[in-house]
Design a protein. Sequence first.
Length: 294
Amino acid sequence: QWQAGLRILGTLACVRLQADRVSFNATISACVRGSEWQRALDLGQELLRGGLASSLITYNALLSACEVGEHWHAAVNLLRGMCLLALRPDSISWNTTISACAQAGQLDEALETMTAMQRSGIVLDAISYTAAITACETSAAWQQALDLLSGLQRQQLLPNTITYNATLAACQSAHRWQETLRLLAEMRATGDQAKPGQSSHFYVLLALLGAEQVPEALDFYRQLVEHGELRPWHRKEPGVLDLHSFPAAVAELAVRSAVLDRLRAAPGSSLQPAVAQQDQDDLVVVTGRGAHSA
């Protein structure tokens, strides 16, 4: 409802009533929720120019706007400004700044902010570590990601699926397929705490393919399909590979697997299909990003 908030502020100005800090904070937060991060930052500047005292809520809302807009430098400056104004940043302030740096791929800044957070006396939590791990993907800093995951576990914190997927992404970007398989095994061992999903499996497959481990990738893909952990076949239309949500490299692997299995099932072939065949001779492949893609 950010549009409604802006209309209310505009109405107050027209009737010469001064909007208070609460009005600005509510509108800034609404803009952030509506992904209108630039409007949120503009409102923050307007609030300061109007002489209204900023609160922790104001700064946290503005930091969220920086995170959404990937304005990591502005987030770092806002955090420093809080300290100058004797506004003690809380865990939300620090974690949002770490996340803003991570979203922009600024690993060094994310790690420096983590260190500063510790120095301030705020205890790092799972959100802090997960945000920093996210920054490792862009720079393929797989070892740093693993170290951060280990640090989280040493603090007796519980990594969830998001944490593991961020670590998998960092390892995948560096083609560290052995590490991705180990991480996936860890996720499976946690039960529902960090249950692997489709993205988790994609990261492992992409790591294998990136390292040119095609036979291993094919075997792993077939295991996933056989166990129902990956569902490439259309549920209602036999013989249709629905690859809408698949990364291009994994989609190619799925088609290769389907073609090989059909060749094995051809008359005169002594080979057995690796996975169950669909009851249709024609193979239809659906790709792209449709309206119902995951």
